[in-house]
Design a protein around this ligand. Structure first.
Ligand SMILES: Nc1ncnc2c1ncn2[C@@H]1O[C@H](COP(=O)(O)OP(=O)(O)OP(=O)(O)O)[C@@H](O)[C@H]1O
Length: 310
């Protein structure tokens, strides 16, 4: 896949706080790439550097064979984390204004606004003033503003926050649709289930540094060990000596045994004690959400495994 955006060795400090400590990744045509990390990890700082809202202390950003200030930002669409549109302006007017800023033809923009309003359940709202819209409606309008000019790279910072489940589905469909048409998408989100559903690759940062970078499949194979959940009244001491168990969590009558990497679940099951009280038993791989929590809370994954490198 053709590389659209390359970020190389990005460093950024705020006074004596080093927010980015050498961030490198790329985003390719037609893919959805997630940028993940706990609060304060450096996601928005990375995005703001790409957008030229601030400039890095060190490192390069390359888009369309252009660097830094030369980057043609009219080929980029951006939904910032901070939402906000001019309040006293009609929906159509603000969207045409945004399209004009990107040098996009206004007749084409007008037709696309009407198309998008229909797609986003906002048909007939083109002459409504922005201040009359609900928060979610405003977010949809801002999303339209980010994609109206047919950008080749679309950067979405927390696009799903504050949306109801129906609106989330609409956004998901449209983001997938844009990727299928070739748009390179960089998406920051804390909703791991959506990331897991949608993204091709992911880049996870913590304290301004890369901790994971790879395809969803690579990350899952490397980090998503099996876990065995047993429902039934059991004494944790009976389970402590079972081989290949990394750690045990107990919550009421549910016991979760986190297994070592590369454990073959069928043969491992034979190690369970005969007297185990089993009302229900499930074996599955841990989710991206659990991988994220393990990393963010400094559990054992990263220290043991190092990194996945794409
Ligand atoms: N303008 C600024 N001045 C000083 N420090 C800043 C500034 N912007 C960000 N930081 C610091 O840089 C670090 C990274 O912040 P950033 O906003 O990039 O994190 P984030 O991963 O986007 O977090 P969140 O998920 O909470 O939005 C944090 O420690 C933050 O306090």
């Amino acid at each position: 896949m053709e590389v659209m955006l390359t970020v190389e060795g990005l460093e950024k400090s705020f006074k004596d706080k080093k927010a980015l400590k050498g961030i490198s990744f790329d985003v390719r045509k037609g893919e959805i790439m997630a940028i993940l990390g706990p609060n304060g990890a450096g996601k928005s700082t990375t995005i703001r550097n790409i957008m030229g809202i601030m400039y890095p202390d060190n490192g390069t950003i390359n888009f369309h064979h252009h660097n830094g200030k030369e980057i043609p930002r009219n080929k980029i669409g951006y939904l910032p984390e901070e939402r906000g549109l001019y309040k006293n302006v009609k929906v159509m007017d603000i969207l045409l204004y945004l399209a004009d800023l990107k040098n996009y033809p206004l007749d084409k923009a007008k037709a696309r606004v009407l198309e998008y309003l229909k797609k986003f359940d906002l048909e007939g709202k083109e002459n409504v003033s922005v201040e009359e819209l609900s928060k979610g409606m405003g977010q949809k309008v801002q999303f339209i503003g980010a994609v109206l000019h047919e950008p080749e790279l679309l950067i979405l910072d927390e696009p799903f926050s504050g949306l109801d489940p129906v609106s989330q589905e609409i956004f998901k469909d449209e983001i997938r649709n844009l990727a299928n048409k070739g748009t390179a998408i960089l998406l920051s989100s804390h909703q791991m289930n959506l990331v897991e559903e949608m993204c091709d690759r992911l880049f996870m940062i913590q304290n301004g540094q890369k901790v994971i970078y790879g395809t969803l499949d690579e990350v899952k194979t490397k980090y998503a060990n099996f876990k065995c959940t047993v429902h039934g009244k059991n004494d944790i001491r009976d389970l402590e000596n079972i081989p290949n168990v990394q750690r045990i969590e107990q919550d009421g009558s549910a016991t979760v045994l986190h297994l070592d990497k590369d454990v073959e679940p069928v043969s491992w099951l034979k190690n369970l004690p005969d007297h185990l009280n089993v009302q229900e038993l499930k074996i599955n791989r841990i989710s991206l959400h659990e991988i994220f929590v393990d990393i963010a809370t400094d559990k054992n994954l990263i220290q043991e495994e190092g990194e996945v490198n794409a």
